[in-house]
Ligand binder design. Sequence first.
Ligand code: HEC
Ligand code: HEC
Ligand code: HEC
Ligand code: HEC
Ligand code: HEC
Length: 192
Amino acid sequence: MHTRYLATAGMLALTLLVGFSACINPREGYAPEQPVKFSHHVHVGKNEIQCTYCHVGVTEGPKATIPGADTCMNCHSLIQGNQGPDKLPDQQRALYKNEISKVRQAWKNGEPIKWVKVHDMPDHVQFSHQPHITAGVGCESCHGNIPKSTMKEGPGVVDRVGLEVPFNMGWCVNCHRQPQYNAPVDCATCHY
Ligand code: HEC
Ligand code: HEC
Ligand code: HEC
Ligand code: HEC
Ligand code: HEC
């Protein structure tokens, strides 16, 4: 009786766990708020900084990597607010100053900025950027139009990165099947 109860409770816990992880697994449309309101539109769109200036790992291995505050300070030791030729409205200037000061503070205190992960594959999936970049698949095929990401710049708001693709197994496999790519689709390509 006792063991049967435990077994049932165990099954229930497992079912809940599987069900729950499916629910909290971030999917299309997920665009969390970040600890610093970092705008790709400002950096890539307006100031034409290359993706690889910040995401240095992308051509070499699995991870694209997010830059540390040191990289930010290459510019933000000098740029402390909106000082570009196009003077922005007051509300936007206040936002720039406030957000940049968080970066300078983090650097000063030697604390990492706790970016919230947007694109996150489960551990049982083998993904690497490198073969994709080598095959000429552009960032936008998998991440959408990052310089004009999900949320647009407006008064007191800057654009924010979000999941713009389904980001599940079907999505990976469907692209691998495209005749122009003809990439492998056997299970061991992505699971081992
Ligand atoms: C000046 C530095 C910088 C440049 C240039 C830059 N990024 Fe980023 N990127 C960041 C930072 C910081 C984050 C983490 C905060 C966020 O998600 O907005 C990030 C986040 C991302 C993410 C989401 C990461 C996640 O958690 O899933 C993607 C995708 C991305 N960048 C792609 C690009 C692409 C594509 C380009 C070029 C078109 C680019 N980035 C250019 C700094 C940069
Ligand atoms: C190559 C130079 C460069 C680097 C590196 C750089 N920035 Fe910037 N950043 C700029 C410029 C230029 C502006 C716009 C200033 C203006 O409009 O006058 C800016 C603006 C900003 C702003 C205000 C606009 C916005 O995005 O909300 C924030 C916040 C910011 N940067 C954060 C970061 C962070 C975090 C990093 C590191 C991950 C970083 N920057 C790296 C050049 C850089
Ligand atoms: C074939 C699809 C694909 C392409 C092309 C691609 N990415 Fe990704 N990207 C992913 C996946 C999948 C993840 C999540 C990886 C994980 O969770 O292990 C990711 C994660 C990221 C992250 C989060 C940090 C990290 O390293 O996991 C950044 C930043 C990023 N990509 C930037 C880029 C940039 C910049 C390019 C173009 C130079 C690019 N990606 C091209 C699929 C792609
Ligand atoms: C936009 C199309 C596209 C998407 C989306 C895509 N891939 Fe790929 N993938 C490719 C191409 C093209 C190659 C390179 C094939 C080659 O080198 O012949 C590749 C290669 C790979 C490889 C290396 C295969 C090998 O052995 O050479 C792995 C692993 C992989 N992809 C996993 C994934 C995973 C996991 C996802 C989903 C998270 C994914 N891919 C999404 C197009 C894509
Ligand atoms: C091109 C990459 C790719 C290939 C090939 C691939 N998978 Fe997957 N698989 C994934 C990704 C990505 C996920 C994670 C999906 C998610 O979290 O929604 C996944 C998830 C799974 C899961 C977990 C179930 C779930 O919904 O999370 C199983 C089981 C699985 N795959 C089995 C297989 C089998 C069997 C094959 C061969 C017939 C295969 N996969 C081929 C990328 C791939």
